[in-house]
Ligand binder design. Structure first.
Ligand SMILES: Nc1ncnc2c1ncn2[C@@H]1O[C@H](COP(=O)(O)OP(=O)(O)O)[C@@H](O)[C@H]1O
Ligand SMILES: Cc1cn([C@H]2C[C@H](O)[C@@H](COP(=O)(O)O)O2)c(=O)[nH]c1=O
Length: 227
């Protein structure tokens, strides 16, 4: 149930709960990290709705976007924005929520990349931007901590090829590099957009064993996000 607080729509009945966004490049290891934390009681894990982006009423906007970004970028990103918003306003089922990416990274990283690389027409960018601004002004999107899985583009490229998602087979290393640079400008150098919460940087080029060790080492910091 939504009500109004300080001019924004907020969810009712929520006490001191914390929301963590897990951010990082494509194939940086976000899902693997969420799988690890999903085994902890009191944490609710929300993965990205990628299956929806691959199948909306029998259509595949993710695949279409990779085939022809200029034509389908707006279609995909409108749907990403909607499905991410849907995740953000979902009532919390546990005191701690870990969520894969956010409506912010969809806009600040992926929409920005399409526009900056000349693959999104100005009018599409303007419409998406106005939608985004309206949403963040009028709907409460809580976040207490951003965990950034920091990888080299080369690592992600290797992992992407290994994962072998059909739609992503056309992705070149340069695309991963652009996404990397946008993330670094946003979360590390603070050069592009407002960062809505403190950032915990986790180096994520390591093998799985070391990553699991690192998740464990950072568990307290993550779980105490709003203290
Ligand atoms: N630390 C790691 N070392 C090697 N491979 C990894 C590591 N973490 C994840 N992977 C593999 O890389 C691929 C992408 O990982 P995934 O967790 O799906 O990334 P994301 O959710 O960020 O796209 C998967 O095949 C996964 O098994
Ligand atoms: C948020 C967002 C994602 N995408 C694309 C990028 C990848 O191909 C998938 C997400 O997979 P990941 O392994 O979880 O990174 O979706 C996009 O094109 N636009 C977006 O806003």
């Amino acid at each position: 149930m939504l009500s109004s607080s300080q001019g924004k729509l907020v969810r009712n009945g929520e006490g001191k709960k914390s929301v963590i966004w897990l951010e990082g490049n494509i194939a940086s290891g976000k899902t693997t990290c969420l799988e690890y934390f999903s085994k902890t009681s009191d944490i609710e894990v929300l993965t990205e709705p990628v299956s929806k982006w691959r199948n909306v009423q029998g259509c595949n906007p993710l695949g279409l976007m990779y085939q022809d970004p200029s034509r389908w970028g707006l279609t995909l990103q409108t749907y990403v924005q909607l499905t991410m918003l849907d995740r953000h306003v979902l009532p919390m089922a546990s005191p701690i929520r870990m969520m894969e990416r956010s409506i912010y990274s969809a806009k600040y990283i992926f929409v920005e990349n399409l526009y900056k690389s000349g693959k999104m027409p100005e009018v599409d960018f303007a419409v998406l931007s106005e939608w985004f601004e309206w949403i963040v002004k009028n709907i409460a999107i809580p976040v207490d901590l951003i965990v950034y899985l920091q990888t080299s583009p080369q690592t992600c490229y290797e992992r992407l090829k290994q994962r072998c998602r059909e739609e992503e087979k056309v992705i070149p290393l340069e695309y991963i590099e652009s996404i990397h640079n946008l993330y670094e400008d946003w979360l590390i150098h603070h050069k592009s957009f407002e960062v809505p919460a403190p950032v915990l940087v986790m180096p994520a080029d390591h093998d799985l064993k070391k990553m699991l060790h690192q998740f464990e080492e950072n568990r307290e910091k993550i779980l105490m996000a709003n203290c």
